[in-house]
Design a protein around this ligand. Structure first.
Ligand code: HEM
Length: 196
């Protein structure tokens, strides 16, 4: 598996998943075609899910090995604490940790990469904006260190540039959501559409 990930690189595999997820599947429209998997999408997804599963298992194994060491806990450590405490409202095991990790990786990587690429492209097309942004960064952060999250409150122009980049080139369109049953979240009631 290491070989597979090294050869194809993790990002390329994530890209494959994003490409597959955005390919229209004939079987969704004509269920009888789903069985024969005409486009080979199911087979490709199964192959990829195996590679991912082994990769995520390895991440968890590494955390099991180093779990009790005196170091700052990360996201996986926190989920393992929940798993081991047995205090989750439902049975929470490795499968759930893997599902959440996969969700986070897929949701975070391509969206962030393509947004940064678009913003840099727009900056190259608007050099006066690039200059203004560089001046702000030099004044607030300087050239000796990297930007820290705590700098953000003083980087107003950067925030405006990012917001404008997202407005022009939103990586993911807004989805419509539908309540499957009546529910109340933070005092707001979501009603099930009686037609659906
Ligand atoms: C420019 C960057 C990003 C954009 C444009 C973006 C956009 C979106 C959108 C539109 C959704 C769907 C919301 C909905 O269901 O209506 C979403 C879901 C989500 N995003 Fe992001 N996102 C970005 C970065 C990230 C990052 C960095 C993370 C995590 C570190 C993340 C984690 C998630 C998760 C966990 C979901 C829910 C996925 C699910 O429903 O299974 N996103 N994002």
């Amino acid at each position: 598996m290491d070989e597979d990930l090294d050869k194809r690189r993790f990002k390329a595999i994530v890209q494959d998943v994003v490409d597959l997820a955005s390919t229209p599947n004939l079987g969704d429209f004509f269920p009888f075609l789903g069985v024969i998997d005409l486009q080979g999408l199911n087979r490709k997804l199964k192959d990829l899910s195996k590679v991912f599963d082994e990769f995520l298992e390895r991440i968890i194994d590494e955390h099991v090995e180093y779990h009790d060491r005196d170091q700052t806990k990360d996201f996986v450590d926190t989920m393992m604490d929940i798993m081991q405490s047995g205090e989750a409202e439902f049975q929470f095991d490795r499968r759930h940790i893997k599902a959440i990790l996969l969700d986070m990786l897929l949701a975070a990587m391509d969206t962030t990469a393509s947004t940064v690429e678009w913003i840099l492209t727009e900056l190259l097309r608007h050099l006066q904006v690039m200059k203004k942004l560089q001046n702000e960064l030099q004044e607030v952060v300087g050239l000796e260190r990297m930007v820290e999250e705590s700098d953000l409150e003083n980087l107003n122009y950067l925030i405006m540039v990012v917001n404008e980049g997202l407005r022009l080139h939103l990586a993911v369109p807004l989805f419509f959501h539908e309540a499957m049953e009546h529910c109340v979240v933070n005092d707001s009631t979501y009603r099930r559409d009686p037609e659906s």
